[in-house]
Each structure stands twice: as C-alpha cells, then as structure tokens.
Design a protein around this ligand. Structure first.
Ligand code: SAM
Length: 243
C-alpha cells in the first residue's frame, strides 16, 4: 500500500497537496476509490480511501487510525561533520531507515565542504526531503528532522539540556562505545557526534567534553570512514535502545 505524508488533517478526512499530491496523481496514477496510508509525523497512521482529486489537492476519507510501534524508544540524534554531498545524503537515508530522530549537519574545522547562507538552507531542505522519502520507505510514522547547518554552539542549543552526548573518536583507545551505552539513561535523548572526512581537531573534542559533557568513545581498532562511523554508531546505539 502506498504511503503519503499528510498535508492537512481534518475530522475523518485528510488532504495531500504539492509534491505528495503530484506523486499520487502523476507518478502512481491512483484514482478515487483507491486505498492509501497517510501519516502526519505525530506517530499516527491512517488507512484511507481517495475520494476526490483536484488540481491542487487530493482528499482522502479515513477508514482506520493506528499507532504502529515503529519509532525507537529513545531519541537518538546524529551530529555529522559536513562531508561531501553524496556522503551526507547516504548517511541521512540510512540513518532514517535505522531509526534516528534527527540529524544536525555540523560545520567542523576540517570539513572540506563548507556551506553558508542560501546554499546551506537549500541543502538542508534537500536533506529533509531525503529523510522524508526514507521515512516513507521504511514505514516510519515520524520523519527525522534535519536541522539547519550548525556550528558547535548551535548544536548545543538545538537539543535538550539533558541530552547524553557521545563523540566517537579514533584516538580513544580504552572506552568502547558499547560499554558506555550500558550506562546511559534510556529515557533521555542520546546524541552521537561524528567527525568529517578529516576527523576532529583535538580542540573540538575538548570543547565537546567541556561544554556538552560529551564522552569520547571508540568504535573499534580500525579507522572507519566518516559515513561508516556514523552508521556503525547509530546501529550500535539503536540495537541497544531502538525497540
Ligand atoms: N579519512 C577517512 C574518511 O575519509 O572518511 C576517515 C575519517 S574518520 C577520522 C571520521 C570520523 O569517524 C572521526 O572523526 C570519528 O568520529 C569517526 N571514527 C572513525 N573511526 C573511528 C573509530 N575507530 N572509533 C571511533 N570513531 C571513529
């Protein structure tokens, strides 16, 4: 059954507009009488029938509401040092499938790609779309939020104060990530901070330790590419706190 992000929810009815409407009409060529599933990013899912297709909207009658348990119990965020375009896209897509709650693109000292102004806004919008598509594909009912491209201080302000911060760092030789995970509180958000292709400058590690209370952790004895490290860290964390 095809899934759509609801634009507006009413009583026993919802509407799809813009890209969702166009996808339903032009790509999937669905028609009145066809059944679909709508979700509105609040955790609910609606089984519905298309009743009207107009130029700018599709109207659907809700037949059944459900609350599938597909979202992770603990909110796990990824803070990803800006890496080249396609790598960020890959991480956003896979991270969404795995169940991350959101991603903050971080302007790290060694980020090769630097995004500013209008370009940064457009890129974040594109990444949000990728998260939306991946959320649909993986049958999630809440699309992860892709935050604005941020510097360190903005990252700190973006997440709740009680967030538990971990910073995978290849020079950390003793503290293994899985051991640290066991000591976290599953009722509080977890944020994983991954460096860009060039890794973190040590001053960034110490800033995160001092200002965020971040714990540096090891993902093992081998050096992983930035995008591999992001997905490995998310997988380990969500294997612990994801169900
Ligand atoms: N130069 C490679 C690349 O092109 O992607 C490797 C970059 S690695 C230094 C990037 C980030 O991955 C690091 O900042 C760190 O967050 C994480 N990372 C990679 N291997 C790791 C390990 N064994 N333990 C902890 N973190 C690791």
């Amino acid at each position: 059954m095809h899934r759509f992000k609801i634009t507006e929810l009413g009583e026993n009815v919802f509407w799809l507009r813009e890209t969702e409407r166009d996808h339903l009409v032009r790509v999937l060529r669905l028609a009145p009488g066809d059944d679909i599933i709508g979700f509105d990013n609040t955790g609910a899912e609606y089984y519905a029938t298309i009743i009207k297709i107009e130029d700018k909207s599709v109207t659907c009658r809700i037949l059944e509401e459900s609350h599938p348990e597909v979202e992770a119990e603990t909110n796990v965020y990824l803070i990803a040092g800006l890496s080249k375009g396609e790598k960020m896209e890959w991480v956003i897509q896979k991270g969404t499938e795995l169940g991350m709650s959101g991603l903050i693109p971080l302007r790290a000292k060694r980020s090769v790609m630097q995004l500013e102004g209008r370009k940064a806004i457009e890129r974040a919008e594109r990444w949000q779309k990728i998260a939306g598509e991946a959320a649909k594909q993986s049958h999630r009912v809440q699309e992860p939020q892709v935050f604005a491209v941020s510097d360190w201080a903005e990252v700190q302000r973006a997440l709740p104060q009680e967030t538990q911060w971990l910073i995978p760092y290849e020079e950390e030789k003793t503290r293994r990530m899985r051991t640290v995970l066991a000591s976290l509180d599953s009722s509080l958000p977890i944020a994983l901070i991954i460096g860009p292709e060039g890794g973190f400058d040590y001053s960034e590690i110490s800033w995160a330790q001092e200002h965020l209370g971040a714990k540096s952790v090891s993902l093992g004895s081998r050096i992983l590419r930035a995008e591999t490290a992001a997905i490995a860290a998310l997988t380990i964390t969500l294997a612990y706190y994801g169900d």
